[in-house]
Ligand binder design. Structure first.
Ligand code: FMN
Ligand code: FE2
Ligand code: FE2
Length: 398
């Protein structure tokens, strides 16, 4: 699946083995580490891949280039899922010049001990490969400070780094006309829809805190004509460029659709019963909703759907005069992601002195969430009298 156009070749890899990304995020459908060659009189390699794929990756490059040399290695992003093979590329192609920006220089030295033969570029600078021009635009804090993107002027192609990327390995090809989401059995070939949940999960888990800087990058790139997006994770977007860019715009503005993300955890089932009661009441009223139990599920999915719906309802028992830890972790993560524009309600069981609901309300208020109620903190067992989820569902549905 190497050839994207005559000049753009895919040399990335599908990772179907890794279970957890960045030590935290599950990969039920795998992930890709995308890397590209731009082949003209001179050859540029854009980013590399994860350490474990060294031999497959180097083979991919050799298959495309034969004996041809690589003149430039463009480093858009230093996170090791894309940069860990820089040293290997340099060893295999000793004449390669590493194209990067000033913030990247100490990172390359620190990770790889490389400080020679660097070509440091500034905002808007270009290199020529013959009849092909690559121009570099800084995209700081999307989601690391050294992040930049590379624009192939003549082919209107944006090598966007992690921006517009998604979890999920690709199956059947690399461009969105061919690629499906690996392991998906239903509607997997209309690629944007198939990848939408995994894209939002990637965005919310990893980039979620950086809405403002993503907005700044989108504004900067809005002047470019973009026919193709080659990101570092997931399919190459050609058919769906417009949809993908507008979805990123929405996510980074914390815009959400009507519906409820219920997130809870429970030791002995009382808070859980309240969560399920709310879900049943919402169902009766036809309100779209999703339920996430943080005792059995990785928090990754709760972030994904907190970014989807405009109403967040969180349940936690009181634990040592605090929020039950799995839910504290989630609320902390929502705060760290500077979540905005949500309606919020909290509930939870306690036995002798409730604290969780008050503390969750405080965290939500700091984020500027609209509190729908003062919260429902109920003693001991759940009952509809102590915890009126029908009334909360009415408020939500209004
Ligand atoms: C380790 C531990 C610490 C707790 N700390 C408190 C507390 O500080 N205040 C309180 O009122 N209840 C406390 N509880 C009681 C729980 O909040 C209570 O059992 C509640 O009903 C559990 O809800 P659940 O069934 O949804 O897990 C604690 C329970 C445990 C196991
Ligand atoms: Fe990254
Ligand atoms: Fe990445």
């Amino acid at each position: 699946m190497g050839k994207i156009t005559e000049k753009i070749r895919y040399v990335g890899v599908n990772d179907l083995n890794k279970v957890i990304f960045e030590g935290m995020w599950p990969l039920p459908f795998g992930v890709t580490y995308n890397s590209y060659l731009v082949v003209d009189e001179k050859v540029a390699l854009i980013d590399t891949a994860e350490a474990g794929f060294a031999s497959e990756y180097m083979d991919n490059i050799r298959k495309e280039l034969g004996g041809k040399q690589i003149d430039y290695l463009v480093v858009n992003h230093m996170e090791p899922d894309h940069s860990s093979l820089i040293k290997m590329v340099r060893d295999a192609y000793p004449a390669v010049r590493i194209v990067c920006n000033a913030k990247t220089v100490p990172m390359i030295k620190g990770y790889h001990g490389i400080s020679e033969n660097l070509h440091v570029v500034k905002e808007g600078e270009s290199i020529s490969l013959g009849n092909s021009t690559l121009t570099f635009y800084m995209a700081p804090m999307v989601h690391w400070p050294e992040t930049m993107v590379t624009y192939f002027n003549e082919e209107k192609t944006l090598f966007s780094g992690d921006a517009f990327g998604t979890f999920g390995a690709v199956d059947g090809g690399i461009t969105d006309s061919d690629a499906g989401l690996t392991g998906c059995t239903d509607g997997c070939r209309d690629t944007f829809d198939a990848f939408k949940d995994e894209m939002r999960r990637y965005y919310s888990n990893i980039v979620g805190k950086f809405g403002l800087t993503v907005q700044a990058a989108l504004k900067k790139l809005s002047g470019l004509e973009i026919a193709r997006i080659c990101s570092t994770h997931g399919p190459v977007w050609e058919k769906n460029v417009g949809e993908v860019v507008s979805y990123y715009d929405r996510l980074s503005k914390y815009e959400a659709e009507d519906g409820v993300c219920i997130v809870y955890a429970s030791m002995y089932g009382n808070t859980a019963q309240a969560a399920k009661a709310l879900s049943a009441e919402l169902q009766k009223r036809g309100v779209p909703h999703v339920l996430h139990n943080l005792c059995t599920e990785n928090v990754s999915y709760a972030y994904r759907d907190a970014f989807k719906y405009n109403t967040l309802v969180v349940g936690a028992p009181t634990y040592n005069n605090d929020i039950f830890p799995p839910v504290y972790n989630f609320m902390y993560g929502i705060s760290a992601r500077l979540m905005k524009n949500r309606r919020f309600a909290a509930f939870g069981s306690f036995t002798w002195a409730g604290a969780s609901v008050r503390l969750m309300n405080e965290m939500a208020s700091k984020l500027g969430f609209e509190l729908l109620t003062e919260g429902i903190s109920f003693p001991q067992a759940y009952s509809p009298e102590k915890c009126d989820m029908a009334a909360l569902a009415d408020l939500i549905a209004e």
